[in-house]
Ligand binder design. Structure first.
Ligand SMILES: C[S@@+](CC[C@H](N)C(=O)[O-])C[C@H]1O[C@@H](n2cnc3c(N)ncnc32)[C@H](O)[C@@H]1O
Length: 253
């Protein structure tokens, strides 16, 4: 029996709609809360992903799916690409990102942020050398639909890098993690963003999301090969890699 997706609000609206509304609501405080709640570790996690990507590709074209306020797109500048596109469904998050790029004097021709749904967009067929997603796939309405669409947007031999929360394997850290996510995060979220549900959703969505091998199974199911993961910070998060296979001669991908 298909399971109901974990959503932030108990409403009849689709998960995509609820997620867009939630991020629109918290967009102005997202960056600061992200840094406070993760104690700044999220920057180190993105850097670890960039190091992993460098082992596989020197990308010219990059798509940052679920770019939010553009932090992973900015981190990808270290890869010296020609162009980075950031895609998100939340106008509020994108507007914060666009302001950030303006302040940093990064031109549109280098990083462009666009409003679109990565699960359903029909743009960019076989267009990108690299697709990155940080803390985005957990929010998809339909995970395999999103992964398959990213596979479509990659060139043959293109690389997908997913950064996502996982689950610590060590017992002592798991207890601490539970306490922090279940008690402290929603409290800080309520005080700072007036949307406690958004931060309760964070815990529920992380818990129900496939981790490690279970997630690489999804990558393989949706066409990726040479998949693997690297656990970061004792498994609090994980960097996943998948490659789009070169098609045999004459085949249509
Ligand atoms: C937790 S934020 C992550 C933002 C950014 N990647 C980061 O590392 O800070 C998740 C983002 O995913 C976006 N998102 C969720 N589902 C999406 C979809 N189907 N297509 C595009 N963006 C999506 C949300 O709007 C939100 O901005």
């Amino acid at each position: 029996m298909p399971t109901q997706p974990v959503t932030p609000y108990s409403s009849d609206a689709s998960k995509n709609h609820q997620i867009r509304d939630m991020f629109n609501r918290i967009s102005k405080r997202y960056d600061i809360l992200n840094t406070v709640l993760s104690l700044g570790i999220h920057r180190y996690w993105r850097k670890s992903c960039i190091r992993e990507i460098k082992l596989h590709i020197k990308p010219k074209t990059i798509l940052d799916v679920a770019t939010g306020t553009g932090d992973f797109a900015l981190a990808c500048l270290q890869l010296h690409p020609d162009k980075i596109t950031g895609m998100d469904i939340s106008r509020g998050m994108l507007d914060v990102g666009i302001n950030k790029l303006r302040q940093l004097k990064i031109p549109n021709s280098k990083i462009e942020l666009i409003e679109d749904n990565a699960e359903t967009t029909s743009m960019f067929n076989q267009h990108f050398d690299l697709i990155v997603v940080a803390f985005g796939v957990r929010n998809f309405e339909n995970l395999n639909r999103g992964l398959a669409n990213m596979h479509r947007m990659l060139k043959p031999n293109g690389v997908l890098c997913v950064l996502e929360f996982a689950y610590p394997q060590k017992n002592w850290l798991r207890h601490l993690y539970h306490f922090y996510f279940k008690r402290i995060v929603p409290l800080i979220g309520r005080i700072c963003s007036a949307d406690e549900k958004a931060y309760a959703y964070l815990f529920n969505s992380v818990q129900s999301f496939p981790h490690f091998d279970a997630f690489t199974d999804h990558l393989r199911e949706t066409g990726f090969s040479k998949t693997y993961y690297k656990a970061l910070s004792f498994g609090i998060s994980s960097c996943y890699i998948g490659i789009k296979k070169t098609a045999p001669e004459g085949a249509v991908i």
